[in-house]
Design a protein around this ligand. Structure first.
Ligand code: ADP
Length: 299
């Protein structure tokens, strides 16, 4: 089993001709709600890109968005028994404006995600105990993430951490992480940013020196630089015409984890994650863009 612990949001996506100025009202937008949140996206990607059972641990509110998001996860075959619907709380939302050039501006209201407590992680212990891999991000409270990593590591689980959105982490956390998967900005943030952003090998090596067993720095259209326990390598991305890179990292991570759970070696798992993300960026939205295993061309 793969257990994903993290955020569950409804993305409120408004396509606009251009960004409004402060105080200005624009008309002519097109609106869609799309299930999102890094945790939920990664759970969906794990489920669609593999055959291992996936369970999600997180919080929604007891509102219409919460019910819709829980049902969407369940529709992908994900165990939602530890997705708590908290009374009197709003489900997390991301309000996203996308202009005609594809440029976006985003405001997130964490809502129920901010109430994922260490006690809710402890309540999910029977689930975590059955997992082979536990996947986390940073869109839920840091104390809870720290606690969950310590619990999973203590149980001997493979811990995958996507340190997004960018934050610095307390010492000791990285030493409990088996696969750290930051993008370039997140990697720099973790290191306190003294290292030139284009020196990926040095960045990844420094993060390994901080204690993570393996570091995969995602580089957008440039692919992935991986510093693995058995050596470092660049993995170029597939060349595609991207239309929307929302959830590219989430799709990559889900594909990578699904392949690892199926017994693939890290290099093959990185390849599967990148093939999935390359399809995802040719489609709009978060969970709407994540492909299924049978859509991936054979290698
Ligand atoms: P994040 O979304 O977390 O910032 P990245 O932008 O680094 O993550 O993208 C994650 C992965 O998705 C990349 O390593 C790559 O495999 C794939 N990807 C992202 N953008 C593109 C693109 N324009 N073309 C092909 N693959 C892409």
């Amino acid at each position: 089993m793969i257990v994903v612990i993290g955020s569950i949001n409804m993305d409120l996506v408004l396509r606009v001709p251009r960004m409004p100025l402060p105080g200005e009202t624009l008309t002519g937008g097109a609106f869609r709600t799309i299930p999102g949140g890094k945790g939920a996206n990664q759970a969906v990607a794990c489920a669609r890109l593999g055959r291992t059972q996936v369970a999600m641990v997180g919080c929604v509110g007891d509102d219409a968005f919460g019910a819709t998001l829980r049902a969407a996860l369940a529709a992908d075959g994900i165990d939602v028994s530890h997705v708590s619907a908290l009374p009197g709380v709003a489900t997390g939302v991301a309000s996203i404006l996308v202009d005609a050039n594809g440029q976006n501006s985003i405001v997130i209201a964490g809502g129920a995600n901010d109430l994922l407590t260490p006690a809710l992680i402890d309540a999910a212990l029977p689930l975590i105990a059955r997992a082979s891999i536990v996947v986390l991000q940073l869109e839920t409270p840091l104390d809870t993430v720290r606690h969950a990593i310590a619990v999973a590591h203590g149980l001997g689980k493979t811990v995958v951490l996507n340190p997004a959105p960018a934050a610095s982490l307390p010492a000791g956390v990285l030493a409990q992480v088996d696969y750290l998967v930051p993008n370039e900005i997140e990697a720099a943030m973790l290191l306190g940013a003294d290292i030139a952003a284009d020196d990926h090998a040095t960045t990844a090596a420094a993060l390994r020196a901080a204690g993570c067993r393996n570091v995969l720095v995602t580089l957008g259209a440039k692919g992935v630089h991986a510093a693995l326990a058995d050596g470092s390598r660049d993995f170029p991305a597939r060349a595609v015409a991207a239309v929307d890179t929302t959830a590219a990292g989430d799709t990559f991570i889900g594909g990578f984890v699904a392949a690892l759970a199926a017994g693939a070696d890290p290099a093959s798992a990185i390849d599967l994650g990148q093939r999935a993300a390359a399809i995802g960026v040719t489609r709009h939205g978060a969970q709407t863009s994540i492909p299924y295993l049978n859509e991936l061309a054979p290698t």
